[in-house]
Design a protein around this ligand. Structure first.
Ligand code: AMP
Ligand code: MG
Length: 691
C-alpha cells in the first residue's frame, strides 16, 4: 500500500536548542498535503519537534489521511550491532533500548557518555568515536588513531556508490556527522510508535499497512543547497516532500521495494537485487506428445515456448555497458524529458499568442541559453533572446524563429499570427517522470540507451548473458588448416554456429570437436554443462550406430528425439545433460543452420530472458517456380533482388555455398503448393533472426 495523502520530511539535529529566530542548524520539517507544499516549520529543539510530530500524526490520522513521514538519519546500525546490545536482530528493539537510556533536554544530553558506555562493552576502542565534550570519556576515542570497530564500518546502503560521501553512524560529532542524530532521534521515534501503537509502520522493517509510515531519507543525496535566499535544510525538506508527493504510486512502490531487514535503507537509493538463480528446467521439458510420428513445426515451437523458462540470473550494471543486454525489470523514468519547458529554436521568447499582422516589441536585456537559464521575469509585452534548448524563463511561453524577426533599436518586429506555445517544447512532452519507459525482456538498443540516459537512469538490472556451448561431433572432422586425409572434411559447423550465437547476442563458448567416441563425448558434455547454460551440438543426432549424441542423452534418461516435419532437417535430439539443455542439431551445415534459426534461436531468447520472439517475415512475389508435396514445412535459401524473391539453384543440404549466397529464408507452409513466378511467398531476412 503506497498511496499517501500527505508527506512530511524532517531534517533532524543532534544539537541543542537553537533559539527563537529561525536558524539553519535546527530541526526543519516540510509538509506537502494533497500535492500542496506548506511553509517549512522551524523546530528549535527536539522536545518541541516531538510534540509537533505527535500533533501532526494525530491530525493526519483523525482526518483519515495517510501520512509518509521521513527522517534524515539511519533507522538501523550496521549488521550485528542490534543483536550485540539487545540479543535480537530487530532494529525496533534497539530503538527501545536507546529510548530507555538516552536522557535528552533542550540544553544537554548524555549521548557521548552512552557511546562510551557501549564502547566499554566491546573493549573501549569503538565502535563509536569522537567526543564533543570538554571532559574525557572512558572508552570513547577522540579520533580514529587507536580506533577498533568490532562491527562493519557501514551499512549495506552506505556501500552503494550512489551514497558516496555518507557519514557512518559511529561518528558521534564533527561537521556532517550523523551519530548524534541517530542516538537522539531513535528514542523520539520509539516514543511516537508507542503513542500510536498499530498506526505507524517503519520502512523497511514492517509492511506499510498502517495510516502512517516512517521512512529514512537523505535530502543531500539528490539536492543541492537550493536558492541563496532560503535556508538549505528548510528548502531541502520541502523539495523531498514535493518530489515524493509527485511520484506515481508505482514509482514510489518501486523505491520502497527493498530488502534491508536489520540495517534499514535510504529511500531512493537503488538496491542491487541478489543474483537469485531461476529454478532449473524440468526433466520432461522436451517430451513430445506420444503417438505422433512427425510433429508439425508450429506444434514443436509451441512446446518449446510452453516448457522453457529463463535460466540466467539478474545483475545490475552501468548504462554505458548495457548495449545489447536484456532488461530484467520494467524501467520507470526518474526524470521527465524534457525536464522543463524549453525553446525548440533560436529566436525570441515572450508571452503569446500573437494576433495577425505586424508586431513590435521591446527587447528585454539578457538571454537564455541551454544550460544557462535566465533567472528573472520577462515583463509582459517584452521579448527575450532565447537559444535552442534554453529553459523558458518566467513570462515566456511562446517563441518566434529568429529568421522571421527584424531586430533594431532595442526592439524586435515580426508578423503574426503566432499560437501560444509556438516553437516550444512542453515539460515531459516526450516522457514524464514515473512513466514506464522500457519493459522487462527488452534487448537494449543504442536508442534505448539515449532514452534511459535522458530519463535519469544510470544503472539497469539486466540478465546475465546466456552462455551457449558449441560442440562438433564426427570422426571425419578436422580443423581447417590441418592436413586432410582421405574421407576427412573440415569442420564447417562450429565457426558458423559460434558466430551465429555471437550475432544473436548470446555468449558463445567454444567446446571444440569430439570424435564419435561415447566416452570422449560424455567428458566433453560434462565440461560444456559446467561452462555454459545451453549446449548446441552438431552431428550424431539421428538414431544410427554412430549417432552418439542421441544415444548418450537417451542413456542419461532425458533425451527426446524430435522428428519435426521440416526440410531441411533430420531429427533433432533434445535433452537435458546434468540439467543443462542440449540441442542436438543435424550434421549437415544447411540443416544445422536452419534448425538453429527456426528452433534454437527463439528457445535461447526465452532462456536468456527476452521472451519468445517470432521472426518477422515479409510477403513478396517469387522469382522462381517450385512444386511442393504436403506434410512438411520447407525453408529455402533465398534473397531479394528487384523486389522479387530468388532461391538458390540447388536444395541439397550439404551445399554450403547456398547458405553463403542467401540473405534469408523462404518459408513454405506445411500443405501442398505450386509456386509460380509472381506468386506471393514469405521471405524472412537473416536480420529478423537477429543476425
Ligand atoms: P551426421 O548428422 O553426423 O550423420 O552428419 C550428417 C552429415 O553432415 C555428414 O555428411 C557429416 O559429415 C556432415 N557433418 C557433420 N558435422 C559436420 C561439420 N561440423 N561440418 C561439416 N559437415 C559436417
Ligand atoms: Mg556424424
Amino acid at each position: 500500500m503506497t498511496g499517501f495523502d500527505s508527506f512530511a520530511m524532517v531534517d533532524w539535529s543532534g544539537g541543542n536548542d537553537t533559539g527563537l529566530s529561525e536558524r539553519k542548524d535546527a530541526i526543519w520539517a516540510g509538509v506537502v498535503r494533497k500535492g500542496r507544499a506548506e511553509e517549512p516549520t522551524y523546530l528549535r529543539n527536539r522536545k518541541i519537534a516531538e510534540q509537533w510530530l505527535h500533533d501532526l500524526i494525530a491530525d493526519e490520522i483523525a482526518s483519515g489521511r495517510r501520512l509518509c513521514l521521513g527522517f534524515d538519519f539511519p533507522f538501523g546500525y550496521p549488521k550485528g550491532f542490534a543483536r550485540a546490545l539487545t540479543g535480537s536482530d530487530d532494529p525496533l528493539r534497539l530503538w527501545d533500548w536507546f529510548e530507555s537510556r538516552i536522557e535528552d533536554s533542550p540544553k544537554a544530553n548524555n549521548r557521548f557518555d552512552l557511546a562510551g558506555e557501549i564502547n566499554r562493552r566491546f573493549g573501549g576502542k569503538g565502535p563509536f568515536w569522537f567526543n564533543g565534550l570538554r571532559r574525557g570519556i572512558d572508552g570513547l576515542p577522540k579520533n580514529k588513531a587507536d580506533y577498533h570497530n568490532p562491527f562493519p564500518e557501514r551499512r549495506c546502503v552506505e556501500l552503494n556508490p550512489e551514497t558516496k560521501g555518507s557519514f557512518t553512524c559511529w561518528q558521534m560529532g564533527g561537521a556532517g556527522a550523523v551519530g548524534g542524530q541517530v542516538m537522539t532521534g531513535l528514542p523520539v521515534l520509539a516514543r511516537l510508535r508507542r503513542a500510536f501503537t498499530g498506526q505507524i509502520s517503519v520502512w523497511p522493517f514492517e509492511p506499510l499497512d498502517t495510516p502512517v509510515a516512517f521512512v529514512e531519507i537523505w535530502p543531500s543525496l539528490t539536492l543541492g543547497a537550493g536558492p541563496k535566499d532560503r535556508i538549505k535544510d528548510a528548502w531541502q525538506v520541502e523539495q523531498v516532500a514535493l518530489s515524493l508527493a509527485g511520484m506515481r504510486p508505482e514509482e514510489l512502490a518501486n523505491h520502497l521495494n527493498v530488502n534491508a531487514a536489520e540495517e534499514g535503507w535510504i529511500l531512493g537509493v537503488s538496491q542491487r537485487k541478489p543474483d537469485i538463480a531461476p529454478p532449473p528446467l524440468r526433466n520432461d521439458c522436451f517430451a513430445l506428445p506420444a503417438g505422433v510420428s512427425w510433429t508439425p513445426v508450429d506444434d514443436a515451437l509451441a512446446l518449446l515456448r510452453q516448457r522453457l523458462t529463463v535460466v540466467v540470473p539478474v545483475e545490475t550494471i552501468a548504462l554505458p555497458q548495457a548495449m545489447g543486454r536484456i532488461l530484467a525489470e520494467d524501467i520507470i523514468a526518474k526524470r521527465s524529458n524534457p525536464p522543463q519547458p524549453n525553446t525548440a529554436v533560436d529566436g525570441y521568447g515572450f508571452a503569446g499568442a500573437m494576433p495577425e499582422g505586424a508586431q513590435v516589441m521591446p527587447l528585454h536585456p539578457g538571454r537564455a541559453a541551454a544550460g544557462i537559464p535566465f533567472d528573472g521575469t520577462v515583463p509582459h509585452g517584452h521579448a527575450l533572446r532565447v537559444l535552442t534548448g534554453a529553459a523558458l524563463p518566467a513570462g515566456v511561453d511562446t517563441v518566434i524563429l529568429e529568421e522571421d524577426v527584424t531586430v533594431q533599436d532595442g526592439h524586435i518586429a515580426f508578423r503574426g499570427p503566432l499560437k501560444q506555445g509556438a516553437n516550444t517544447r512542453r515539460a515531459g512532452e516526450d516522457v514524464s517522470a514515473g512513466d514506464l519507459v522500457l519493459s522487462a525482456g527488452r534487448r537494449l538498443t543504442p536508442a534505448d540507451l539515449a532514452l534511459l540516459s535522458a530519463t535519469g537512469i544510470a544503472k539497469v538490472p539486466v540478465r546475465k548473458t546466456l552462455r551457449v556451448a558449441v560442440l562438433s561431433t564426427g570422426d571425419e572432422l578436422i580443423e581447417p588448416g590441418d592436413k586432410a586425409g582421405p574421407g576427412q572434411i573440415f569442420d564447417a559447423n562450429r565457426p558458423m554456429l559460434l558466430s551465429l550465437i555471437d550475432r544473436m547476442g548470446f555468449q558463445p563458448v567454444d567446446m571444440g570437436r569430439v570424435s564419435d567416441d561415447r566416452e570422449d563425448l560424455r567428458d566433453r558434455l560434462n565440461a560444456a554443462a559446467e561452462k555454459a547454460d545451453v549446449i548446441l551440438t552438431s552431428g550424431g543426432a539421428s538414431a544410427g550406430d554412430e549417432d552418439h549424441v542421441s544415444a548418450l542423452l537417451r542413456q542419461a534418461g532425458a533425451m527426446q528425439e524430435w522428428r519435426v516435419a521440416l526440410k531441411p532437417g533430420r531429427p533433432l535430439a533434445l535433452g537435458l545433460w546434468e540439467g543443462t539443455p542440449v540441442f542436438g542439431l543435424p550434421g549437415n551445415p544447411v540443416a544445422a543452420k536452419v534448425c538453429t534459426l527456426i528452433f534454437a534461436r527463439p528457445a535461447l531468447g526465452l532462456m536468456a530472458g527476452e521472451g519468445w520472439q517470432d521472426p518477422q517475415g515479409f510477403d513478396l512475389p517469387a522469382a522462381f517456380e517450385k512444386r511442393k508435396k504436403p506434410g512438411r514445412r520447407e525453408y529455402l535459401r533465398a534473397r531479394v533482388r528487384d523486389g522479387r524473391v530468388e532461391v538458390f539453384a540447388s536444395e541439397g543440404s550439404g551445399r554450403i555455398s547456398g547458405l553463403s549466397w542467401a540473405e534469408g529464408l523462404v518459408e513454405i507452409e506445411d500443405g501442398a503448393r505450386h509456386i509460380k513466378p509472381g506468386d506471393i511467398v514469405r521471405f524472412i531476412p537473416y536480420g529478423s533472426f537477429g543476425l
